[in-house]
Design a protein around this ligand. Sequence first.
Ligand SMILES: Nc1ncnc2c1ncn2[C@@H]1O[C@H](COP(=O)(O)OP(=O)(O)OP(=O)(O)O)[C@@H](O)[C@H]1O
Ligand SMILES: [Mg+2]
Length: 501
Amino acid sequence: MKEVIVSMKNIVKTFPGVKALDNVNFELRSGEVMALLGENGAGKSTLMKILSGVYTKDGGTMTIFGKEYDNLTPKQAQEVGVAIIHQELNMCRHLSVAENMFLGRERVGTVMLKNAEMEAEAAAILNDLKIDINPRQIVGELPVSRQQMVEIAKALSIHAKVLIMDEPTSALTAKEIDELFRIIRKLKEDGCGIVYISHRLDELKAIVDRVTIMRDGQYITDGDFDSMTMDQIIANMVGREIKEQFPRVECEKGKKIFEVKNLNAGRQVRDISFSLYEGEIVGFAGLMGAGRTETTRAIFGVDPKTGGQIFLDGKEVRISCPMDAIKAGIVLAPEDRKKDGLCTKLSIRHNLALPNLDLVCDKLGVIRNSREDKLCEEAVKNLMIKTPNVEINAANLSGGNQQKVVVGKWLARNSRVVIFDEPTRGIDVGAKVEIYNLMNKLKQEGIAVMFVSSELPEVLGIADRVIVMCDGRITGEVMARETTQNEVLKYATEFEKKQVG
Ligand SMILES: Nc1ncnc2c1ncn2[C@@H]1O[C@H](COP(=O)(O)OP(=O)(O)OP(=O)(O)O)[C@@H](O)[C@H]1O
Ligand SMILES: [Mg+2]
């Protein structure tokens, strides 16, 4: 059997009001990929932050390469070869790729930093990984998926022997995921132990050897991936049976609610026309970069439009800023919840109340606490937001629960059109079903639902009609029940093919 390189026993960690880890056991061997699985808020990131020295444990023992550590610091962790790629990107956006990779361990000459040397080494590492990025490029100018690759290169540049990846694929394209898996396999051969956290259960089988399952801050079980069925894994994660991963409800298609005509905005939104009807969920499929997010932003008034019209219930509405859209009853749950969807430094209460001040204030403009309480209470109850109370900062919620707050703030309003952009990204299986049910509920109430998602199984499982985009244009429209993933993919790559051929 392979050597045990990390052993964590009875780990306890408490945050104010939350027992994040309650006697958790975890073991990692060299040359294996260990999937760490659990619902949002189960404690996965917290456990891995302890292993990488970001947090200090309150109790339990932690042994890394045979040595016990009580107060591991991030620097010590790095020295023993533990690297972590955080769930939320952790780059200095204004620094270059090479500067980020060597942050905190810069090569210092007699007077100045040895920039050329660091850049050359960064280039060598990137090259070795077949990642085509210039080490001099400023990180903030790279798309998120490329930033993610830099994080990975950075972790590798310290010659990690324990590599923790906390949801590395949540922002990657299919091609980049393949690239990542190739790198993971290579590291494995070199004897590196890898902890892999992901809510995309379908990708596990490509790389995972063993799994550890956590629930509510507790260790549930571990074992060989091959010895468990996906149903067993899911049942262990959520502690109950999930009957249907994609619960669809049937509704009669009603009248037209919303129409977009010849919308143009920048290069990524070209002549987009479509309608949404009562009683249906319309999925927007496509590859990353197809222009779906840009379309939602143009509709919602975040980005300027260069042409086109928007109609709600047959009347034209002019939207030049998000407030216009909100007033008209068109709301958006954006893709990047941390940057665009939440004020992470504010409490859940304030996040929920902020866009609804008109509802929580009285005639004199004074906030009525009772109204705010009611609004929060309903959001927490309807969406099952997992938190001790609503005074907690949004930053301290787990990823999935943050997403629920983003959606929750719109539910208090009588919206006509709700646009969801990748609403289930980074969300666990149980919470995904809750979000689907929420969309179903809106659909039943006669609200138009636009559902952008890069995961085809959920688009085909939840939407009624699917519009496919490629390179800023609509390239196809299909009925979800009658189509296949292949057909959708064909439309999603249509334009590229035309260009090549
Ligand atoms: N700095 C913090 N302060 C207060 N509470 C925290 C903090 N960090 C985490 N928590 C809480 O600890 C619990 C575990 O959170 P953690 O982020 O480890 O979950 P997770 O399993 O990584 O979830 P996800 O899959 O959503 O990323 C949650 O209830 C979370 O709200
Ligand atoms: Mg996490």
